[in-house]
Design a protein around this ligand. Structure first.
Ligand SMILES: Cc1cc2nc3c(=O)[nH]c(=O)nc-3n(C[C@H](O)[C@H](O)[C@H](O)COP(=O)(O)OP(=O)(O)OC[C@H]3O[C@@H](n4cnc5c(N)ncnc54)[C@H](O)[C@@H]3O)c2cc1C
Length: 441
């Protein structure tokens, strides 16, 4: 077969047989690939575009427990996310660092009942969250991560203190809270580094610009989108890690298995070059509520200020773009916390949109849809290979999600796990000291 495959990272053509084929090179597919490669499994990853070019390039760059998910009662998810956040601070200190976060408080007590009602699912969505509930949530957040003590505990801010920390913040803020989460400066880099680490240490191979186009129950057909080369691969286990495209790919690889598992919601961000906003924020993220109860965020990133995000159901992930009304929504939310800062059109230097691969839900308010992950397992039977399908998942939890998927694949293959990734450094973080002070020396 004369195949000229994509130049990076694998110069050799894909094999004709493999133990595991991972489809989708977003952060969750790469994490699964890494987990399996490190156990010595014969695994191939195929991504139809660049690695980490879907949702894994469009996130808010928060590596977080998810304070907001406490409102949905997702305590297990928050605890797990906090553990993974702390691991990433250790394993990838070149990309993941602490993010001091300020929450402005508009009222201390008013709204306590409606927020509590939303928590117990008695009312649609939380709105006008009072300081009392925010502090309660953060106390829980601190307790959930007390064992690692990787970050300082949250603290209250008086009216004067919040103005000192974030000059220009709305005069309506009666106070605030300062707490710590983390951020990833370059999520795509971390994904690519995991691929490079695996290719250097194992026989596993990853192919970008290689799309899975069909399956017939015995094998799958792929196409190299750069060279036009085509081929066929016969796996024992297929892992569908295609995020918002999971259902599309599922139908491609088996027409008899079409049911809706994932429902995408698009989220957009604005990158703004405005010196007043940038200097008001300093090193802080501001985490604020818009008039409709949705949480928005803003912090300095990549020489500009990132403002996000929206959360709107979409049918077709390939055509998700940021509409003008989304831009207006984010700018008006920003103006409600920084009323004296005017953003000119030409200061919006970049806009990006991605689609969250959320589970199908009847929930009217998209903010209520769970951000947890799950895995569908279809053993061989109708097909010669088993199929594992990934649904949901946050960027923060990619390691544990990949670990869980890999364990199911290992069980299908009858192979025991030998390598644990919980404390495994990634790429350029390998020799970097973790303490910020030591890092700067
Ligand atoms: C607006 C927004 C903000 C977010 N903010 C945060 C945040 O701050 N913190 C956080 O933890 N999480 C956040 N998330 C969630 C997180 O980004 C995603 O859950 C995560 O990146 C999903 O990764 P994935 O690998 O499952 O999907 P993706 O990254 O979308 O990867 C799926 C891949 O499959 C590929 N593919 C599709 N079809 C085929 C095919 N036929 N053959 C081969 N490949 C194919 C696609 O090209 C794509 O690269 C956010 C998400 C969005 C959209």
């Amino acid at each position: 077969m004369d195949v000229q495959s994509s130049p990076f990272p694998s110069p050799v053509p894909p094999p004709e047989t493999v133990d595991v084929l991972v489809i989708g090179g977003g952060i969750n597919g790469i994490s699964t690939f890494r987990e399996l490669a490190l156990q010595g499994v014969n695994v191939v990853l195929m991504e139809r575009d660049d690695f980490c070019s879907g949702a894994s390039a469009a996130l808010s760059r928060m590596v977080h427990g998810g304070l907001r998910y406490l409102e949905n009662g997702e305590f297990r998810l928050v605890r797990q996310s906090l553990e993974e956040r702390d691991r990433l601070l250790n394993n990838a200190p070149h990309c993941v660092s602490p993010l001091p976060t300020v929450v402005p408080i508009m009222t201390w007590f008013r709204g306590t009942l409606s927020t509590a009602a939303a928590f117990f699912n008695l009312a649609g969505k939380p709105r006008h969250r009072p300081g009392l509930m925010i502090r309660l949530g953060l106390t829980l957040y601190d307790l959930m991560s007390w064992r690692s003590r990787s970050m300082p505990r949250h603290s209250g801010l008086s009216r004067a203190q919040i103005r000192e920390l974030v000059p220009g913040i709305t005069g309506e803020a009666v106070g605030g809270v300062l707490y710590y989460d983390a951020r990833v400066t370059n999520p795509e880099r971390l994904g690519v580094e995991m691929v490079i680490d695996c290719e250097a240490a194992t026989q596993a191979r990853a192919y970008s610009y290689t799309e899975i186009v069909a399956g017939d129950g015995t094998g799958l057909a792929w196409r190299d989108r750069l060279s036009g080369a085509e081929g066929r691969i016969v796996p024992k286990v297929v892992i569908n890690a295609t995020g918002a495209w999971v259902d599309q790919v599922s139908t491609r690889i088996d027409r008899t298995n079409a049911h809706k598992r994932v429902e995408g919601t698009k989220g957009s961000h604005l990158m703004i070059r405005n010196e007043a906003l940038k200097s008001a924020l300093g090193d802080h993220m501001v985490y604020y509520e818009n008039a409709d109860g949705r949480i928005c965020i803003t912090f300095a990133h990549a020489g500009a200020v990132m403002v996000g995000s929206t959360d709107i159901r979409v049918e077709d992930p390939d055509n998700a773009v940021c509409f003008e009304d989304e831009k207006a929504y984010m700018l008006s939310a920003l103006a409600s916390v920084f009323p004296s800062i005017r953003i000119a059109d030409e200061e919006i230097v970049h806009v990006f949109t991605g689609v969250r691969p959320l589970p199908v839900s009847a929930e009217g308010f998209t903010g209520r849809i769970s951000r947890d992950h799950s895995i569908e397992v279809e053993p061989p039977g109708a097909r010669d290979y088993a199929v594992l399908t990934l649904m949901g998942g946050k960027w923060t939890t990619f390691r544990i999600f990949g670990e869980e998927v890999a364990d199911l694949a290992l069980a299908q293959l009858g192979i025991a796990r030998t390598v644990d990734t919980r404390n495994l450094r990634i790429g350029g973080g390998r020799d970097l000291p973790v303490e910020p002070v030591a890092r700067e020396r």
